[in-house]
Design a protein around this ligand. Structure first.
Ligand SMILES: [Fe+2]
Ligand SMILES: [Fe+2]
Length: 388
């Protein structure tokens, strides 16, 4: 079987900067970083009049990105103290990092999150003036500003037990947190999702979401929203709109993630697909490395990863015997060892594209690690961290 995947764009269009409009009165103010494979999105939703504005910040974001987020917010409202309230989908550092700075900028700021989130984030020692606990069992709706109400959309275990998405029916936009977030291909940091961005979404969910059942529950909640959702604004990657909303909901419903993948390792139904893809990866790598070098890397006894239990090599004959998901991850790690970032990105594109075509779960192949650090991440000595 032959695949033909083009290498990722390495000369990107200029990364978008400044507040990016998602809907009237709604902007994405996070940092677009072409050197990262994980973009973090922070949103601002503005209500009220010029004289009495009310600005809600959804998921204030990572400390690392704060200078850009602050700059973008100031473009919109002059000063950080213009944020009247903020929401937290869950308690991860890429979501919560700047909450402390918003509290410091405006002592009257209020915060909105579930009880499960607050129980944990309070240990960061920030105190909003008012805390609103989102509890869908008590009420599905919450008033965010005069005559503006949002619907609470609990998304338990996506990926935190107490994760809460918010639906703004006025702009038909769902702020979904990590759900529908995605890794981006190198340099592809555009705001609006394209169909090709699905692989990165799939991979992000396979890593961070615990089970398909949790995704299915969330998808049912989203489909039931009225009026129907037009825009999904996740905390990572691209904003999803138009025909991609129903398409990605359908794909999400069928995506195997987390625990589901433990069973996949043993599932013979995927083995043939992984065999085809592993053979494609061999032929593709041979063009750059040469056959002899590919075989040497796969046969070397110096790496104790158990690959020989999954893949047997006799002469030039390569046989994938079992556990294709794990075998592919190990083959990737061996071929990638010590290689350039360009080679790794191109190899990942082959694997992610092949998994999509063959409908296979994408194994852990390192997408999402910072560009400059990736080649050093592979190997027994850990990651050589560089300062920002
Ligand atoms: Fe998270
Ligand atoms: Fe996140």
């Amino acid at each position: 079987m032959m695949f033909n995947f083009t290498s990722p764009e390495m000369t990107p269009p200029q990364a978008p900067t400044g507040p990016l409009e998602v809907r009237p009165g709604c902007w994405m103010v996070g940092r677009r970083n072409p050197n990262s494979l994980l973009q973090c999105n922070t949103y601002i939703r503005s209500f009220g009049s010029e004289h009495s504005p009310l600005n809600v910040c959804l998921d204030p974001g990572s400390r690392v990105d704060f200078p850009v987020i602050e700059y973008n917010i100031c473009q919109l409202m002059g000063d950080l103290d213009g944020i009247s309230s903020f929401t937290l989908n869950h308690q991860d550092p890429d979501v919560v990092g700047n909450a402390l700075l918003l509290c410091a900028a405006n002592p009257n700021v209020s915060a909105l999150m579930t009880e499960e989130v607050w129980r944990l984030v309070q240990h960061l020692d920030f105190r909003p003036r008012r805390l609103h606990l989102a509890n869908a069992a008590r009420s599905d709706w919450l008033t965010v500003a005069d005559q503006h109400r949002w619907q609470l959309v609990p998304t338990p275990f996506c990926h935190f037990r107490g994760a809460m998405a918010f639906y703004d029916p006025e702009v038909r936009t769902l702020f979904s947190g990590d759900l529908f977030g995605g890794l981006n291909r190198p340099c592809r940091v555009h705001l609006w999702a394209e169909e090709a961005d699905w692989d990165g979404i799939a991979q992000f969910h396979q890593i961070y979401m615990p089970t398909r059942e949790a995704l299915r529950y969330a998808v049912r909640q989203i489909r039931a929203l009225q009026p129907a959702v037009e825009v999904i604004a996740p905390q990572h990657g691209h904003v999803i709109a138009g025909d991609l909303v129903p398409l990605f909901l359908e794909r999400m419903e069928n995506l195997l993630v987390g625990l589901d993948l433990l069973a996949v390792e043993l599932d013979q139904t995927y083995l043939e697909g992984y065999r085809q893809l592993i053979h494609h990866v061999f032929s593709w790598s041979e063009k750059t490395l040469g056959r002899e070098e590919v075989l040497r890397r796969l046969k070397t006894p110096e790496i104790h990863d158990g690959l020989e239990r999954l893949v047997t090599i006799r002469g030039e004959d390569i046989q994938v015997e079992r556990e294709g998901y794990t075998a592919l991850a190990r083959v990737y790690a061996r071929l990638a060892r010590g290689e350039t970032v360009e080679f790794l990105n191109a190899l990942r594109t082959q694997i992610m594209g092949g998994c999509t075509v063959l409908n296979l779960p994408i194994p852990p192949i390192g997408a999402g690690l910072e560009e400059g650090r990736h080649s050093e991440a592979i190997g027994p000595d850990g990651i050589n961290m560089t300062p920002h």
